[in-house]
Design a protein around this ligand. Structure first.
Ligand code: ATP
Ligand code: MG
Length: 237
């Protein structure tokens, strides 16, 4: 019995350090907090996410992570997961560079998610990534079968500089931007040291120290934000 609700979400941008791995981890956390089963393919040779999971010995029935070395294997892997029927989401984290592998990942994805920080460099390289996607539409036999493409403004500070606001305005005009922003939060740094956001929230809630329990709400907020981004992605796909 195939799971027709299964979604394949690939987080990519040609820009290094735009927040791909952080966003992937947050989206997976949001999905898992809703009881959804996630498979993550780490296709970045640096293996940041796979190494993170190994180092922290993350062990959760809702979560599996594997290295994806050959991009065109994604299609077979998603077919397998679809047939097996119990996976809700497949997330793919990628390297911050261009390559023909991107075409193969796109062909097997329902949604492409492109994090972009509010800088001129990010703006320029997001343009290149968007142009690649537009070109993909021209190169493919069936443009309707292509995944959706959405930019997520990432690492957005609570107080933006004039220059950041200017980049934000240009991005919103130039690309399909998801309404919910991926804000800069120190909770994401904690997640990279300690584990999934929703798990940290859970642990903090159970602490016998009132001061620690209060922190849980900041992690809950980060999970809620990611859940809202995930919803926007699903609506677009
Ligand atoms: N929303 C956020 N809040 C706080 N810090 C963030 C956020 N997003 C990203 N960062 C920080 O920015 C840096 C780059 O993020 P990340 O590693 O996720 O980017 P990446 O696109 O995966 O990079 P690479 O191209 O090297 O794989 C990291 O130090 C990360 O902690
Ligand atoms: Mg990364």
């Amino acid at each position: 019995m195939g799971n027709d609700n299964m979604k394949v979400i690939t987080i990519m941008t040609r820009k290094g350090g735009a927040g791909k791995t952080t966003l992937t981890r947050a989206l997976v956390s949001a999905a898992m907090s809703q009881g959804k089963k996630c498979i993550v393919y780490d296709s970045d040779p640096q293996q940041a996410l796979a190494r993170w999971a190994r180092k922290l010995e993350i062990d959760d029935p809702l979560f599996t992570i594997e290295h994806l070395t050959v991009a065109d294997e994604l299609a077979a892997k998603t077919d397998e997961a679809w047939e097996e029927g119990s996976t809700d989401f497949i997330f793919v984290d990628t390297i911050g560079a261009a390559g023909s592998w991107a075409d193969d990942l796109a062909a097997a994805s329902d949604a492409l998610v492109v994090p972009m920080m509010l800088s001129d460099d990010d703006m320029e390289i997001t343009k290149d990534t968007f142009n690649w996607y537009v070109g993909l539409k021209d190169r493919t036999d069936d443009p309707k079968a292509l995944p959706s493409f959405r930019v997520v403004l990432s690492g957005v500070p609570a107080k933006q500089s004039v220059a950041e606001t200017e980049v934000e305005e240009r991005a919103v005009k130039s690309f399909p931007v998801i309404p919910e922003y991926f804000m800069s939060r120190k909770q994401h740094k904690d997640a990279s040291s300690y584990g999934f956001l929703h798990k940290i929230a859970e642990e903090r809630r159970q602490s016998r120290y009132g001061l620690v329990r209060v922190h849980a709400k900041h992690f809950d907020e980060a999970v809620e934000e990611a859940a809202s981004i995930l919803n926007d992605i699903l609506e677009a796909s």
